[in-house]
Design a protein around this ligand. Structure first.
Ligand code: TRP
Ligand code: SF4
Length: 355
């Protein structure tokens, strides 16, 4: 005899669809692993969307240093350095610490506590199926990251969202399996304990996968990512090293912008006039690759100038940055504690004052 999965636990999560605009009052929750400096992929794939969302919604944005530790556990000091740097970057680009709650994951231990509950009821098979675990096994063994913490990465992520009753999660397409799992875990939790945690819905960014400075997919592991906020001379250096359309061996050889990573960056940073200039100039050999890169550098620099200044000031003023971070952590913790009280009451794990 087969046992039917109960209706309310059945999995509809596999049908995550393109997101609609969240209803007023929705709670946005998202975060970034703090393994590295921020690159422009993180900006176009996540932060840019947070900046849009903050106009209409309250958001909880976490610097996820426990998630960073799942792979960077050998260098915790670096993880903390990037945690601070990434928050400074968010603030510099305009994420408002008054309108949102900006926090550090490890400063809110309730994430870990809720993870304990979640990992009890998450079947191993659910985690074994996650592509970031399954597909990277050999690589992970070679780099000493075939570890329990990384195996349960998505469980911690589910707790990140649920601890604030997040309803919507802005994520890149690569995060879909993690969000599906979050929904499955929350649904199972609610079913088992009579909870009412919301099943989080994704909000996808419209930015397609970015191409890195070497023409391959932009990824920190390929070391081809373009740092979000750079000094002008660093921008020039990065651009100088970028390959162009191989057909342009000489200045007089015409090229094809669509085959060139430099043009991909122009599309992100240049206006229509400059784009037309590149397209025509490249195809007719009217401009050289040096001219093309110079224009791109100027445009990137123009966009980075404001945030670069704010970031510099923030990092130079430890007290101010510390105060902003401490305030966000405290506000996050207050909410997380409330939710943990609920979880304790649903599960009977309330403790007893006589003990
Ligand atoms: N896994 C996410 C990433 O790699 C980061 C993250 C951790 C996250 N916890 C989260 C994103 C909660 C959204 C919600 O980008
Ligand atoms: Fe690339 Fe610009 Fe050179 Fe054309 S002119 S190949 S787009 S760098």
């Amino acid at each position: 005899m087969t046992t039917q999965a109960p209706q309310n636990e059945s999995s509809s999560a596999k049908q995550i669809k393109q997101s609609e605009k969240p209803a007023p009052g929705s709670l946005i929750m998202s975060g970034m692993r703090t393994t590295h400096f921020m690159h422009i992929g993180n900006y176009h794939g996540a932060l840019k969307q947070w900046l849009e969302l903050q106009k209409d919604y309250v958001g909880y944005y976490g610097a996820m240093n426990w998630h960073a530790m799942t792979s960077s556990y050998k260098t915790p000091h670096d993880v903390m350095k990037f945690t601070r740097l990434i928050i400074a970057e968010w603030l510099a680009w305009g994420l408002d610490p008054d309108r949102n709650v900006i926090f550090v994951q490890s400063e809110v231990p309730e994430h870990v506590e809720l993870t304990m509950f979640f990992q009890m009821m998450t079947p191993m098979s659910w985690l074994e199926r996650v592509p970031t675990w399954k597909d990277a096994e050999e690589e992970a063994k070679a780099s000493d990251t075939h570890n329990l913490g990384r195996f349960m990465y998505p469980v911690l992520q589910a707790a990140d969202i649920a601890i604030y009753r997040g309803t919507h999660v802005p994520i890149g397409q690569d995060q879909i399996p993690h969000l599906e799992l979050s929904r499955d875990i929350v649904r199972r939790f609610n079913f088992l304990y009579g909870g009412n945690l919301p099943e989080p819905k994704p909000i996808f960014s419209s930015t397609p996968t970015l191409i890195g400075t070497d023409g391959r997919k932009m990824s920190k592991s390929y070391n081809n990512a373009f740092q979000l906020t750079q000094e002008p001379d660093e921008i020039t250096k990065t651009l100088r090293a970028m390959p162009t359309d191989p057909a342009r061996i000489r200045r007089e050889n015409p090229g094809e912008p669509l085959k060139c990573a430099v043009y991909g960056f122009h599309k992100l940073y240049s206006n229509t006039e400059d784009l037309a200039w590149v397209e025509t100039g490249c195809r007719t050999a009217g401009i050289g690759c040096g001219d093309c890169k110079k224009k791109l550098g100027d445009n990137i620099n123009a966009e980075m100038m404001g945030p670069r200044e704010i970031k510099r000031k923030l990092l130079a003023d430890d007290e101010k940055l510390d105060a902003i971070i401490a305030d966000g952590c405290q506000r996050a913790r207050t909410e997380a504690k409330k939710q943990m009280d609920q979880v304790r009451s649903w599960t009977g794990f309330q403790g007893n004052s006589d003990w």
